[in-house]
Write a protein that binds this ligand. Structure first.
Ligand code: HAM
Length: 418
């Protein structure tokens, strides 16, 4: 039996890598004053059918449940967030700055950087129309990636403005019911042959390609870059009007993050969606909002590609499953005494391991090294004394059993366990 296509097993190292990514996501989001929330993984299919746009609807993992409800595993969080805000907004002071970490499911063609499940960090600011929020959000996205050791040589945030394109479509007198289709074509243009985009755009192809070639300008985007420049982050962003985003609900600023080398799929994407909450509440609640999501798959690939970021990742993986103390049971008669002390050490918060059944002493020391233990405690002929071995310096000392807890503490004064 194998995993389904596009699904992953998380072996211990993969779990540790995932924990590392989640920990950084959480830490930097908190640094910006964001608070954590979450929603259900299963939602009514209509939530996405109405709000996410054609591309995501084609990729839904949907089924009919035993109560005959049409349901979908969540492909993204934004429609859930809009529903939650519409229902609970009175309970919170605005603007809200919320983040969430969870698993998402899209029935996509499996390819490099795109699976059928992935984890996302979502960060959203709700209830703030001022441009300051757009700058703050993009700065957060940049700082999260910097938190992993990535630099402006490694990634770039391509920023754009949907209003630039909706103004253009209005000028071209294109009926509004065709706007989404045209925006989707522009969004896909970077991934499709030019002829295909040309065919789909028809009469609009000429003016659109001319904008692509000349690069569109927008005063709004210049202000955004200036705002990031004031924080020393201008080197991380490029204005690129080709970005419009595939999701239907965006209304203003949109952005996507790519590796500088341009080898990988998008690392993150987001933008303003000022009408979604109103649409979901049938006009009852109207609130501006903006946010982005960053996936774990492409980010993980990028971190493994760079020497510095890989070293940071590997050391975090190693640290997570490290133990503090390994109890070597050299004489089986001492097992009960050892277990009593192991219990006391674990109660104090130390990570302690030992062999569950009789093992050769050399093998036990090997186990201690493999688990990166700081010290080994040897229970053998010396009892009621215990031999303590510092595994880094190889120094050994004999300690009376009853003084062990205090003596052990000295080895952990730098980072005492909590
Ligand atoms: P999205 O661009 O569809 O945006 O997804 C955000 C990120 O999730 C992508 O840049 C990518 O890293 C990751 N991702 C998406 N699909 C997959 C996949 N099949 N496999 C691996 N990674 C994937 C959204 O989902 C918006 N809801 C973001 C947002 C939040 N907008 C406002 N607030």
């Amino acid at each position: 039996m194998q995993t389904l296509p596009g699904f992953r097993d998380f072996l211990p190292e993969d779990c540790a890598a995932r924990n590392y990514i989640f920990a950084r996501w959480r830490e930097i989001s908190h640094r910006y004053g964001f608070v954590e929330w979450d929603g259900p993984v299963l939602e009514p299919t209509d939530l996405y059918r109405k709000k996410s746009g054609a591309e995501i609807v084609d990729q839904l993992f949907n089924f009919t449940d035993k109560g005959e409800r049409e349901v979908s595993l969540r492909p993204e969080l934004t429609p859930t967030l809009a529903r939650v805000i519409a229902a609970h907004e009175r309970a919170f002071k605005k603007p809200l700055k919320w983040f969430s970490i969870g698993q998402f499911f899209r029935y996509e063609k499996q390819q490099r950087g795109r699976l059928r499940e992935h984890y996302q960090l979502n960060c959203d600011i709700i209830g703030e129309s001022d441009f300051a929020a757009d700058i703050e959000l993009i700065a957060l996205c940049i700082d999260i990636l910097r938190g992993f050791g990535l630099t402006e040589k490694d990634f770039v945030v391509r920023i754009s403005d949907r209003e630039f394109w909706t103004d253009f479509l209005r000028q071209q007198e294109l009926p509004t019911d065709r706007w989404e289709e045209v925006l989707q074509t522009i969004d896909k243009s970077g991934r499709e042959p030019r002829e295909k985009t040309e065919e789909k755009l028809g009469a609009l192809a000429g003016p659109v390609f001319s904008i692509f070639d000349k690069g569109g300008r927008s005063g709004k985007l210049d202000r955004l870059v200036d705002g990031l420049g004031a924080r020393g982050l201008a080197g991380f962003v490029d204005v690129d009007v080709k970005i419009v985003r595939g999701l239907a609900y965006y209304t203003g600023t949109v952005f996507e993050v790519f590796d500088r080398a341009g080898k990988l799929r998008a690392i993150a994407g987001g933008g303003r969606y000022d009408n979604l909450i109103s649409q979901l509440s049938d006009g009852a609640i109207s609130m501006p909002a903006l946010g982005f999501a960053m996936g774990d798959v492409v980010l993980g690939e990028l971190l493994r590609e760079r020497d510095a970021t890989r070293a940071q990742l590997e050391s975090a993986i190693k640290d997570q499953n490290k133990i503090d103390i390994y109890a070597v049971i050299a004489k089986e008669e001492r097992r009960a005494d050892a277990l009593e002390q192991i219990q006391a050490l674990r109660d104090r918060g130390y990570r302690v391991d030992y062999p569950l059944t009789s093992e050769k002493v050399g093998k036990q020391f090997q186990n201690a090294e493999n688990a990166s233990a700081r010290i080994a405690l040897l229970y053998g002929d010396e009892w009621p004394q215990v031999k303590v071995k510092n595994l880094a310096t190889r120094e050994e000392s004999l300690i009376p059993g009853e003084a062990l807890l205090d003596s052990v503490a000295k080895f952990f004064t730098v980072s005492a366990p909590v």
